[in-house]
Structure formats: C-alpha cells, structure tokens
Design a protein around this ligand. Structure first.
Ligand SMILES: [Zn+2]
Length: 219
C-alpha cells in the first residue's frame, strides 16, 4: 500500500478540515516514517526479493511499527502530539490519530502475513500484493474517491482546484514509479529512498494547502 494511505489523509481532511493537510499526510504514513528510521538504524529488518509479485518487500521483523499494539501506540501518540504541538481542536487530533491507525488497516489488506497481532502472536496480512493489478486499481480507486471528496471540501472554501489536481497527479505518478522499481539493493538504501518520498509528499501537501483562494491575500 502506497498512495492508498494518502487517500485516507485526503478523506480525513475533507471530513475534518481544521488540521492542515500536511499533518494528515504525515499521519497516514507516520508508521512508515518510523519504520524507515528503524530499518536504517538496523532495529527493524527486511529483505528484497525481486521474484515476488506486487511488492518485493519481505518484512521480516517490524514489531515496533507494524504490530497491532505498535500501531495503536503510534496512533495515540500522534493524536496527543498533534494536540500539543499543532494546537488543533480535539476532534481534529482524534481524526489525525485515526488516520495514523488507518495505516495498519490498509497494510493488512495488501501485506503478505508480516503484521504481528500481539507479542509472540501470529502474523497477519491478506496478501493483495500477490495480485498486483487489482491491488493497483484499489489504490488508485481509493485515491480518486478521496480526491473528489477533498476537492469538494476545497471548493466549499472557494479555493482553486488546480493545486489539488496537481497534488493527486503527483501521487498517482509516484504510485506508478513505485510499481516499476526494480526491487533490488540494500534495505537501508530502500528505507532512505522511501523516507525521502514521504518527506517530499508532505512538503507538496503543505504547498498545496497554502495556495490561497482566488482573490484572497496571502497571509
Ligand atoms: Zn506500512
């Protein structure tokens, strides 16, 4: 799951616009921000198997970020951090926490069983990655539906549609690039590339959100 996570961010922004878009975008991938860092630090482990369909990731060990209790802790932590640092209303902080947790649910759909249910428990995953074309259609379909919801919310604020369209096009493009990556190389390099992509999408979201309404003055 890649851009499907951002679909959760856009849908949440449409439903509760009082937190900035970039914060929803970071929330939707917060678990993977942590995962990238922990893979680079050698705490969580993966290997790449180019013979696998869909995603080449073999996620061997990631209890801190992608276990069910781990994801719940990240979600609660994310909500509290948003409330404390961004001073968003409680409803928006709770929505941000829900978006953090949505990452685990969406990963559950696509991952091969590598998501730990509880310490020492079974690993789960419905393995949609094994069916790359339906998986891609699901992600792009989620992105399309959420984009319509989010653009509607922007329109209600009297804002330009084009920055939103550009942002969604960039996300769709990234999904295609992601699907075509060769799936080789060192895990730490792969994690660093992923982290750079997450940061770039967050910056793009910040830029998209600050585009003013027609006739509005830039503050
Ligand atoms: Zn993930």
């Amino acid at each position: 799951m890649f851009v499907g996570h951002y679909a959760a961010a856009l849908a949440a922004k449409a439903a509760e616009p009082r937190a900035p878009l970039w914060s929803y975008v970071v929330a939707s991938q917060l678990v993977d921000w942590g995962w990238s860092g922990l893979v680079m630090a050698g705490v969580e482990r993966l290997r790449l198997d180019p013979s696998l369909p869909g995603s080449h990731l073999v996620l061997e060990y990631m209890p801190w970020t992608h276990s069910l209790p781990g994801a719940l802790v990240w979600a609660v932590g994310g909500a509290l951090a948003a409330r404390a640092l961004l001073r968003v209303p409680w409803a928006a902080a709770v929505m941000l926490g829900a978006v953090v947790f949505s990452h685990w649910i969406l990963d559950l759909l696509v991952h091969r069983p590598d998501l730990l249910l509880y310490p020492g428990g079974p690993k789960v995953g419905l393995a949609l990655w094994n069916f790359p074309v339906p998986e891609l259609i699901l992600e792009l379909g989620m992105l399309a539906v959420s984009a319509v919801l989010w653009t509607g919310q922007r329109k209600a604020e009297g804002r330009h549609a084009w920055p939103a369209a550009l942002f969604v096009a960039v996300l769709a493009g990234l999904q295609m690039v992601n699907a075509l990556l060769p799936g080789e190389g060192a895990p730490a390099d792969m994690a660093r590339t992923a982290l750079i992509a997450y940061v770039a999408v967050a910056v793009a979201a910040w830029w998209t959100d600050r585009q003013p309404a027609p006739g509005a003055r830039r503050g």
